[in-house]
Design a protein around this ligand. Structure first.
Ligand code: NAD
Length: 260
């Protein structure tokens, strides 16, 4: 129960990696705020946590909306007393070759991944400072924070950007006990990836099986997908790591796809 008494807010927690992360943080004793665009699914995740004996509430939040982020974090602190852990995880994927990538999709991608990370950080960090206890901010990066892939210009740009944000927040927040780190998953079979398999097969003119074996898992050491549990465990480790020794880092969890 490393997180007993802590308040954790996870964005994009109604599905996939965020859902599993929220459940894991609750198991470690945190009260978890399930923040997502999809309030129906967020409520289901919160109900699952409560049914398992944990503490959670659902919160409707569009991470690209400044007022919604500020209001959601103010409400959280008003109801629960503080915010000790922020997991900025909400994300999407849109693939296309750069010459066909629409400006609208480029802006949407950067807004969800980068504006969302900035807005949630700005709203939460002042409470971490004010409490005198600091806190842990964890950004959901990707192997694509370090490595490029075809068809993913906006995603790779956004995920690289998170490294810069985390390092800056680590430098600004370190003296006041705020840690900022990035978790960088390889491919995890969530709805975000299931959607991409047929899309990549079509764009690259290969079979879906080839996308999995020869695109997604080609450079792993064992041909295995990373799991939601692998990522949730890594986030929980960072959330419960109480010293500033781990600050401004990125941890790649990818079956050796990318080694730093
Ligand atoms: P997912 O599609 O299962 O879940 C994403 C969640 O984010 C959904 O619940 C969705 O409603 C929510 N969301 C989308 N836009 C939002 C917004 N504007 N405001 C609030 N919530 C919003 O996807 P996932 O695979 O669990 O991805 C989670 C994160 O992990 C993303 O940042 C993604 O880039 C990253 N990631 C995923 C993989 C992978 O292989 N699945 C690999 C590396 C990184």
């Amino acid at each position: 129960m490393a997180l007993q008494g802590k308040i954790a807010l996870v964005t994009g927690a109604a599905s996939g990696i965020g859902e599993q992360t929220a459940k894991r943080l609750a198991k470690d004793g945190a009260t978890v705020v399930i923040a997502d665009l999809n309030l129906v699914n967020a409520r289901k995740v919160a109900d699952d946590i409560v049914a398992a004996g944990g503490k959670a509430i659902a919160l409707s939040m569009d991470v690209t909306n400044e007022d919604a982020v500020n209001a959601g974090i103010e409400d959280t602190v008003a109801k629960l007393g503080s915010i000790d852990v922020l997991v900025s995880n909400a994300g999407i994927q849109i693939i296309a070759p750069i010459e066909e990538y629409s400006f609208a999709n480029w802006k949407k991608m950067l807004a969800i991944h980068l504006d969302g990370a900035f807005l949630t950080t700005r709203a939460a960090i002042k409470h971490m400072y004010a409490s005198g206890k600091g806190g842990s901010i964890i950004y959901m990066g990707s192997v694509h924070s370090h490595e490029a892939s075809k068809l993913k210009s906006a995603y790779v740009t956004a995920k690289h950007g998170l490294l810069g944000l985390a390092r800056t927040v680590a430098k600004e927040g370190g003296a006041r006990g705020v840690r900022a780190n990035v978790v960088c998953p390889g491919f995890v079979r969530t709805p975000l990836v299931e959607k991409q398999i047929p899309e990549q097969a079509k764009a690259l003119g290969i079979s879906e099986d080839d996308v999995v074996k020869n695109v997604m898992l080609k450079d792993t050491v064992d041909g295995e997908f990373t799991t939601v549990a692998d990522i949730a465990n890594t986030v929980a480790f960072l959330a419960g790591f109480e010293s500033n020794a781990l600050n401004g880092q990125s941890i790649v969890v990818s079956h050796g796809w990318f080694m730093q």
